[in-house]
Design a protein around this ligand. Structure first.
Ligand SMILES: [Zn+2]
Length: 357
């Protein structure tokens, strides 16, 4: 297979910097003079250096790393995404098929099974959830694989009708135990959170939990709280994840595995962001109404007022966690903006848009 341009380490570094180069860097109040490197594109902002502790093992020349978690349980990363697999004596059980790893999934599996003498054929694919960025390489496994997911995952994938993501044919509502070649995964659904169909995949013998888009070892959550559909449930899902007796976490993103301290640190970050957001929601709305209302530009009032609340909420948290969690200066404002909306529409903290006296 021909190496793709993004396999080159220099290209990957550029991509990482570009992906990080989103707006609002100047709004978080974080001093950026110490940024790692000058942006090499015009107008791209600098961000704080990524702490060494957030970076995972080095990728090989094909652009992936495959490692053993324990026994026959392995994980693969390309620095952006992660998958997990059991190499059993009857075939491979894969959890997720992220497109960015793509055919490197098969190379990683071949590497492991060459060494342990077990079959390289992927017989089962578990979908953590239906999102294309985690399952869009499903089709490269062919038709002859048993796909397993939550009933809601099947509904969403039938609706998507995406040839890259065939719908699971084995589905479950609450719990499902998958046993292949003497190895076991326990799948559980704890309700909607990041997506309506996100499931927890636990390997009890290896005390390893794979749950995707909930905990981000070493990093702040992806923008807008992992672009989640149910924010109160996403916040609770962090606690549900920590309630499992895992020692190793496969978070589905970025370059390394998680340990329990990573989960504790993320919960502290989110608790700080919640407290700061709550405290910021008493911002005086009068200047915004004076400038754009009444019967003027109603949306301008919402936008400027809510943005100002989010900036106020994010600033101290981004400052506190810069150097502690990677990209605190990149996504804390987006995460604060999402919390502001959730506090308004989920919790009913409507501030100046509440019941008129
Ligand atoms: Zn997702």
């Amino acid at each position: 297979m021909k190496p793709m341009p993004w396999d080159a380490p220099a290209y990957r570094r550029t991509l990482l910097r570009t992906a990080a180069a989103l707006p609002f860097a100047g709004f978080t109040g974080v001093a950026l003079e110490s940024s790692a490197a000058a942006a090499d594109g015009p107008g791209l902002p600098d961000f704080a250096p990524v702490p060494a502790a957030a970076i995972g093992p080095e990728l090989n020349d094909s652009g992936y790393f495959v490692g053993r978690i324990g026994g026959s349980l392995h994980w693969v990363t390309d620095g952006f995404y992660q998958a997990m697999f059991l190499s059993t004596r009857e075939g491979v059980v894969l959890v997720d098929a992220p497109p960015t790893i793509g055919h490197n999934l098969l190379r990683a599996i071949a590497e492991v099974t060459r060494a342990n003498g077990r079959p390289a054929k992927v017989t089962h694919l578990v979908y953590s959830h239906s999102h294309a960025d985690h399952s869009g390489a499903s089709s490269i496994l062919g038709k002859d694989v048993v796909r397993i997911g939550h009933v809601e995952c099947r509904r969403l994938l039938l609706r998507a009708n995406d040839p890259n993501r065939p719908a699971p044919t084995v589905t479950f509502e609450d719990h499902y135990t998958l046993e292949v070649g003497g190895e076991r995964l326990e799948l559980a659904y704890h309700g909607p959170n990041h997506s309506p169909d996100n499931v927890f995949v636990y390997a009890p013998e290896h005390r390893t939990l794979m749950v995707v888009d909930i905990l981000y070892p070493g990093w702040v959550p992806f923008k807008n709280i992992a672009v989640s559909q149910d924010i109160p449930a996403w916040l609770r899902a962090q606690d549900i994840a920590m309630g499992y007796p895992w020692r190793t976490l496969v978070g589905g993103h970025l370059g390394r595995l998680g340990v329990r301290a990573d989960g504790d640190l993320q919960r502290a970050y989110m608790a700080d962001l919640e407290a700061s957001t709550r405290a910021s929601m008493d911002l005086d709305p009068q200047p915004y109404f004076d400038k754009y209302g009444p019967q003027g530009n109603s949306w301008a009032i919402f936008k400027t007022y809510l943005d100002a609340v989010a900036v106020r909420a994010a600033a101290p948290v981004a400052a506190k966690y810069t150097g502690v969690l990677a990209a605190a200066d990149v996504f804390t404002l987006d995460n604060a903006a999402t919390l502001v909306e959730s506090f308004r529409i989920d919790a009913g903290l409507l501030g100046p848009f509440g019941t008129r006296p």
